[in-house]
Design a protein around this ligand. Structure first.
Ligand code: PDD
Length: 299
């Protein structure tokens, strides 16, 4: 369980008083959306971008939730102040609400349930420094991964399988193409160029991913939103995963599962974090430090 306080319908309540109806559609169907927002030094990081993505996810699910951006920023601020978060995360979700169970949208519209928690989380400094391993798995998720929906079973099963293989992340392959990680986006550096899957229905357009592309332009690192194959990943000079909790984490080894169900290990590049990855990590850390040093909870 997380913290002493929870957000429930825009208000702080003691954690134990925040309860979900058993017919909540988030609970029964995964019918809702969520966001995870980073907090550095007690300040929200890139919060407005998260709030806007939540608004988009809601629109795609046709859940009406007026003034989403303002309410998300207010709710996140209430939580980090109540929990005295220094480095941590805010988790926010909005479900379509509670109604008798039918698949189609209930009429009239139920009242959406807006809830959230905040918890401390240090930066993953050791993994960012040393790099991590990832398990290559088929992408078994649905075809609207651009929506940050509560339906996460594909991610849950993949991440568990990665954990059982002693890997930090599962990276997912659909029709020979790498899409993303189970809870992160994926980049490679190939022939001096940074590549990542285009932001279409097959991936979540990560806020960290977008920030990295911006930093790459700033640093004059050539980049393209272009999909790549497993062979291209294995032949890449560098690879990394990224996300709100992951930041920029070098991938140094990939484990694939062969036809005999045996693990095969593949080193990426030299097997050590690469130069482009390091440059982007340093630029990203400067943003983190500027956020933590800032005044007030500016998004
Ligand atoms: N996951 N892709 C997927 C499938 C994700 O679940 C996430 C984030 C990302 C990275 O997005 P962002 O940079 O906006 O965090 C990409 C969150 C952190 C989670 O589910 O916990």
């Amino acid at each position: 369980m997380t913290g002493h306080w929870a957000l429930y319908q825009d208000t702080l309540v003691p954690r134990q008083d925040a309860k979900t109806d058993i017919e909540d559609r988030g609970y029964q169907f995964g019918d809702g959306v969520y966001e995870v927002i980073r907090v550095y030094g007690g300040k929200l990081f890139l919060a407005e971008a998260h709030a806007k993505r939540m608004e988009r996810s809601l629109r795609e699910l046709r859940i009406s939730f007026p003034n989403c951006v303002e309410r998300v920023l207010k709710g996140a601020t209430l939580l980090i102040e109540a929990e005295w978060i220094d480095d941590g995360i805010v988790y926010l979700q909005i479900s379509r609400g509670a109604a008798s169970r039918v698949h189609q949208f209930p009429t009239p519209d139920p009242i959406p349930v807006f809830s959230g928690t905040a918890s401390p989380l240090p930066r993953p400094v050791q993994l960012m420094e040393q790099g991590c391993e990832a398990l290559l798995l088929p992408d078994i998720r649905w075809l609207r991964n651009d929506i940050k929906s509560l339906n996460l079973l594909g991610a849950v099963l993949s991440k568990q399988q990665a954990k059982e293989a002693h890997c930090h992340e599962a990276i997912l392959e659909r029709n020979g193409i790498l899409t993303e990680g189970s809870s992160s986006n994926l980049f490679i550096v190939s022939k001096g160029e940074l590549l990542t899957h285009p932001a279409n229905n097959l991936i979540l357009n990560g806020i960290t991913r977008q920030e990295i592309l911006r930093l790459a332009s700033e640093k004059a690192i050539p980049w393209k939103e272009k999909s790549f194959t497993v062979d291209e990943l294995l032949a890449a000079d560098e690879a990394f995963i990224c996300g709100t909790t992951t930041e920029i984490m070098p991938l140094i080894q990939i484990i694939s599962i062969n036809e005999q169900n045996k693990h095969e290990r593949h080193k990426i590049g030299s097997g050590l974090p690469g130069g482009v990855t390091r440059t982007l990590q340093q630029a990203f850390t400067r943003l983190v430090e500027a956020c933590a040093a800032g005044s007030g909870n500016k998004p």
